[in-house]
Every structure is written in structure tokens, then in C-alpha cells.
Write a protein that binds this ligand. Structure first.
Ligand code: BF8
Length: 630
């Protein structure tokens, strides 16, 4: 049992799972053993029906698919399709608030307003729009530029990337394109967010692109369109519509579930609906309804990245990261689990059926065989939120008290570290952070992202890595399920400062910040890019010169592959664990772990032990410091 999770709350729930015979991702992983070795190495191809084909990893036959594709081509195509999946999830997410802002500006949607005018003006300014115009006019122009980045047909790089990426990096990307295009054209600057994904699907079709480098370059192009395009648009537009996160204290872990209340979990990624659910759940009308049903009121709780969005902006408590999604239902005290898109295990509605929990899907893109579907209409957002909350109140009366068990564990966490909040804490400029890095009080910064994966003991890698980094004076920032793991482990508190090395400790005390900063959901990895870019521009340096490293420990999604790729393409070395499915091709492995370093400054490295990972990260940081002469 101890090998499954590092989180005591999870271990308590896993005992119940075992005793009652429920099924979770951990049990299903066991049933999948042994997992397909070809799949793990990336050497199986299902892209056409002459196959499926696979390459013998030991050098014997077959060394080619029926079409003649080698391991290099197959692995590179598979990596590309993972990036396409991840970039499309983030970018399609970004499209939604961009369309919504346009509709709000045009007066077509009155359920939403522009909450953060300062942010709108800051984004507009970056895009070269006159900020003295009327607010709706500015909003419309900003939205049109974003939507144009999704759909324009010219060859120019997308506007958001050109407006946000640091100057030196843009120059470098152009130089890399020139260097790669001596013989045939290879481009990496994205023309259009959607197009780069379509391009991947096209060139990975049987019989199109059959060169590993060319394939991977397109993967980088789509990933850049995600990081500096789709994800960044998601972050910026959500800030405009719902407010830019500012520092606040929240609670994290299953202990936030309160059996005396109607407990509603919102799970997924897009906050457009959940923001309304927060608002409506707080209304006297809904709280009264809950009280009439015998509860003390409504307890709204987040899960995964939808959870991170409303935690960062509204201070809503969070029940856990992705491996907690099933465990939360097993508490028997969740009256409704409301989901939008991404990272929602298909098994959830069936598990909910073992309890009184009503599982409510809301997106036209994410349907389930079981549970109920309440279609979310953005122009009827308040009405939809009411309907959902009423379903939860109804379910409350069907609770089986004998099945309720809620672990006590919950930790306080200081969250809300948007770039704006960080700059505010620093007095308006990145100078103080640069100064403490130069002085050596902070050796460097590690940005951590990503998931849980039942192949890795839940949260163990996240927490061990983070603690070790801060003990060595490396500031840790990050997003997604890592951030939830760190919050649950109490690493985002002022109390955690004592775990930091002396240098970092003094900085945290001076700025009154924890040593581990929650920057948001996975699309908010764009906040890390923007911060890195601001430091690079301040120093007139390139991102790859800075003592920065990334890591995606416990990763499992295609989105993590896209994030890792846009980090390396932006100049940041990135650690990965578990192993990515590339080892079936020496060539692809070499490109992604070595060759790309020469070109872009960033590269992937693999390590399965958290302490050894920190050693490697520190080595990279010290090497960069040496080069900078600090
Ligand atoms: O986008 S960290 S498990 S919830 S993919 Fe999913 Fe991974 Fe969690 Fe958020 Ni990001």
C-alpha cells in the first residue's frame, strides 16, 4: 500500500478501496501488467491499416513497418502526435475565453463581465493596441488578435508569441530556422495555433514526412504555438474575465470535504463554468436551499486544474490532484462531481454509481456513458450553474451515512502567485529577484509541472524533489497537479521557510513569501514563460542563459509532453519521469536529449530518483551561473 501514495489521506482511502472492493487507477494499472514493451519504447505504429506494425528493439527483424517506416520515423511521428494532442487540449481551452471576451465586448453575453481592466490594458499594450479607447473596444481588438492567431492563413509568426517572447529568443528561433533550412525548409516559428496541430496530423499520416528531425521540428512548432499561444491566451483571457490571481490562503487535501455540507467538486480544466458555480453557490438562494435540505450549506471544492483556477482566483479549497479524483468519491460525502474537460477518468461515473454521488458532465466535448449531462450554455451560465447546484442538493438527501468516511488531512497553502503578484511582492520590477540570484542567495529557479501517475508513488517525487531543491537554495515555482501535491504537503506555507537553505530562507522572510510558489493550472505554465522572459529581457540575455530548470515528475498526459517541449524550445532544460516513449529510436532520443541543446539551449533529461534529479538540476544551474560569471 505504501508504494501507492505518499499522501496519508490517500493511504486511508486506499484501505477502504481494498476493503470494499472498489476499483481505482492503481488496481487497473496492476491488471494491465505487463504493459506493452513496444508501446513503452514508442516503436508501434497504428497510423495505417497495413499495420499495426512494430519494430524489434533488439535489432532483429522486423526493422521496418509494412510501409518501410523505421523506428526513427515511427517514434518521431508518435512524439509529434502526443504533442498535437497536448497542444490541442490547451489551445482549444484558450479559444473558449477568447471567444467569450469577444462576446462580452460585443454585448452578446451578459452573464460575464470584464473583471480585470488593468490586465486587459496590459495585454492590449503588449499587442500594440491603443489603451485609451473605450474598454469594450479594447477588449474586442484583443480578442480579435487572439482569434486571428488561431485562424490566420499567412506565414507570419503568431502575434501573441511575437508580443510576449523575449527579443533574444525570437532572434534565436529565426537563426535556428536558417540553420536547419540549408537544404530543405524546416520552420519552428508557429504561423497559426490550429494549423501547426493540423500540420502534425498531416505530416504523420502514412507516406508524408519521413525524417526524424523534420518531424520533431514540427512538434516544436506546435508546442511553441501552445506555450506562447494557446495556453498563454487561456491564462491572459481568464485573468481579464475572472481576475488576475493575487496572494491568498487556502486549504488542500481530502479533509476539505465537510460531511455537514452539500459537497460539490468541480473537476477538469476550463474555469468558465466553475467561476459561475462559485458565484451561484455563494448566493443566499442556493445556501438556503441546501439548508432546507438539512445541510449546513454548500461546500464548493476544486479538483485538478479547474480546482487550481478557482483556488488561485477565488480561494476555493482543493480536494486533491488527479489520483484523488476517484478517492474523493470513495469518501461517500461528495454529492456532485461536476466535470468539464481533460484528465477526467472515464471510470468516475461508474464509481459514483456505487454511492449517491451525481456525476455531471457539462461539455459537448466530454460525454460519458453513465452519470447525467447538463449542457453548459455560456449565454445561460447562471441558469446552468443553478441547475447543477440543485442536482447536488437533491443528491444530498440520498446519502448513505454508513458509507461516509472523510480523512482529516488538510494543509494550509499560500497561493495566487501570478506574474503580477510576484512583481508586486518584488516592488514592481524583477530587479530584486535578479539581485538575490546574482548575490547567490537564490542559486536558481526550478519550474515544476505535471501530474500524478500510478506508476510513481503518488506525490513522492513531487514532494521529495521540491524539498530537496529548496534546501539547496533553489526557488521552486510551478503549476498543475505538482502544485496541489506541494500544497497538500504543506510546502506553500511560511512554516515551510524553515526547510529552505539559509539564502532562500532570508529572501522568503524579506519578501514574506513561501519558498514554493503556486502559479496556477497547467495552462498557467505560460506564466512561467512570461516570468522567465521578463528576467531575460531585463538582463538583455536569452532564457537559456538563466539559471532555470524545469521538471515534469509523475507526468502522464500528452499535455505534459507539449509543455516539456515548449520549455526546451524556449531554452529551459527539462527533467522527465517516468520514461517518455522514445527509447526505441536512438536518433530521436539523441535529438531530444542532446542535439536540441546546441540549437535551442533546452533539452530533456531523464532520471528516476528525486535526489539524483536535484543533483543534476543543481549542476545545470551552477553551470549557467558560471557562464554568467556569477
Ligand atoms: O493540466 S497536471 S493530471 S490535471 S495534465 Fe491533468 Fe497533469 Fe493534473 Fe491539469 Ni496538467
Amino acid at each position: 500500500m505504501e508504494n501507492k501514495s505518499f499522501d496519508p489521506a490517500a493511504l486511508e482511502m486506499l484501505e477502504i478501496v481494498k476493503k470494499e472492493g472498489y476499483e481505482t487507477a492503481w488496481e487497473r494499472l496492476e491488471k494491465q501488467q505487463p504493459q506493452c514493451g513496444f508501446g513503452l519504447l514508442g516503436v508501434c505504429c497504428r497510423n495505417c491499416m497495413m499495420g499495426p506494425c512494430r519494430i524489434n528493439p533488439f535489432g532483429d527483424d522486423p526493422q521496418r513497418g509494412v510501409c518501410g517506416a523505421t523506428a526513427d520515423v515511427i517514434v518521431a511521428r508518435n512524439v509529434d502526435r502526443m504533442i498535437a494532442g497536448g497542444a490541442s487540449a490547451h489551445s482549444d481551452h484558450g479559444r473558449r475565453p477568447a471567444i467569450l471576451l469577444k462576446e462580452v465586448a460585443e454585448g452578446k453575453n451578459r452573464d460575464y463581465q470584464i473583471k480585470d481592466v488593468d490586465k486587459l490594458k496590459a495585454v492590449a499594450q503588449k499587442l500594440g493596441i491603443d489603451v485609451n479607447a473605450e474598454i469594450n473596444e479594447i477588449a474586442l481588438k484583443v480578442a480579435e488578435i487572439a482569434l486571428n492567431d488561431f485562424g490566420k492563413q499567412d506565414e507570419e509568426p503568431i502575434k501573441f508569441l511575437m508580443a510576449y517572447a523575449p527579443k533574444k529568443r525570437i532572434e534565436l528561433w529565426k537563426k535556428v530556422e536558417e540553420a536547419l533550412s540549408t537544404n530543405a525548409k524546416i520552420k519552428i516559428l508557429p504561423r497559426n495555433i490550429d494549423r501547426e496541430i493540423v500540420d502534425i496530423m498531416h505530416r504523420t499520416h502514412i507516406g508524408v514526412d519521413n525524417e526524424a528531425l523534420s518531424l520533431l521540428a514540427q512538434g516544436i512548432r506546435a508546442a511553441l504555438a501552445d506555450g506562447w499561444g494557446g495556453s498563454l491566451i487561456a491564462t491572459e483571457f481568464q485573468d481579464i474575465l475572472f481576475g488576475t490571481p493575487m496572494v491568498k490562503e487556502v486549504e488542500a487535501n481530502l479533509g476539505v470535504i465537510d460531511p455537514d455540507y452539500v459537497n460539490i467538486i468541480v473537476h477538469g480544466h476550463e474555469p468558465v463554468l466553475s467561476e459561475k458555480i462559485v458565484e451561484v453557490a455563494e448566493s443566499e438562494e442556493m445556501q438556503n436551499k441546501a439548508r432546507q435540505a438539512g445541510a449546513k450549506g454548500i461546500n464548493l471544492i476544486g479538483m485538478c486544474c479547474t480546482g487550481n483556477e478557482i483556488l488561485m482566483r477565488q480561494g476555493v479549497p482543493i480536494a486533491g490532484n488527479v489520483l484523488h479524483s476517484e478517492l474523493s468519491i470513495v469518501t461517500g460525502a461528495i454529492d456532485a462531481m461536476v466535470v468539464d474537460v481533460q484528465c477526467i477518468f472515464p471510470a468516475l461515473p461508474e464509481l459514483a454509481d456505487c454511492f449517491h454521488t451525481v456525476f455531471i458532465s457539462t461539455s459537448e466535448q466530454a460525454k460519458f456513458e453513465k452519470g447525467i449531462h447538463i449542457q453548459f450554455e455560456e449565454d445561460k451560465a447562471i441558469e446552468t450553474a443553478k441547475k447543477i447546484i440543485e442536482k447536488a442538493i437533491e443528491a444530498y438527501s440520498r446519502r448513505d451515512k454508513s458509507k461516509i468516511y472523510v480523512p482529516k488531512q488538510k494543509s494550509k497553502a499560500i497561493v495566487g502567485f501570478s506574474v503580477e503578484q510576484i512583481l508586486k511582492a518584488l516592488g514592481g520590477s524583477v530587479k530584486p529577484i535578479v539581485d538575490v540570484i546574482v548575490e547567490g542567495k537564490i542559486k536558481g529557479v526550478a519550474g515544476i509541472v505535471g501530474c500524478n501517475n500510478p506508476k510513481v508513488k503518488q506525490d513522492y517525487f513531487h514532494v521529495t524533489l521540491t524539498k530537496e531543491l529548496i534546501s539547496r537554495d533553489i526557488l521552486v515555482i510551478g503549476t498543475g497537479c505538482w502544485a496541489i501535491a506541494a500544497a497538500k504537503a504543506g510546502l506553500m506555507t511560511m512554516d515551510a521557510v524553515k526547510m529552505a537553505g539559509d539564502g532562500l530562507k532570508s529572501v522568503c522572510q524579506a519578501l514574506n513569501i513561501p519558498p514554493v510558489l503556486h502559479m496556477g493550472s497547467c495552462v498557467d505554465c505560460s506564466r512561467m514563460l512570461v516570468l522567465a522572459g521578463a528576467i531575460a529581457d531585463y538582463l538583455n540575455a536569452d532564457i537559456s542563459d538563466l539559471p532555470l530548470v524545469g521538471s515534469a515528475p509523475e507526468w502522464y498526459t500528452e499535455k505534459a509532453v507539449s509543455i516539456g517541449t515548449y520549455f526546451i524550445a524556449s531554452g529551459i532544460p527539462v527533467h522527465l519521469w517516468p520514461l517518455p516513449p522514445v527509447l526505441g529510436s536512438e536518433k530521436v532520443t539523441k535529438i531530444l536529449t542532446e542535439d536540441v541543446k546546441e540549437l535551442l539551449g533546452g533539452y530533456f533529461f531523464i532520471e528516476g530518483d528525486p535526489i539524483k534529479t536535484v543533483e543534476k538540476m543543481e549542476e545545470i544551474i551552477m553551470e549557467k551561473r558560471k557562464k554568467l560569471g556569477i
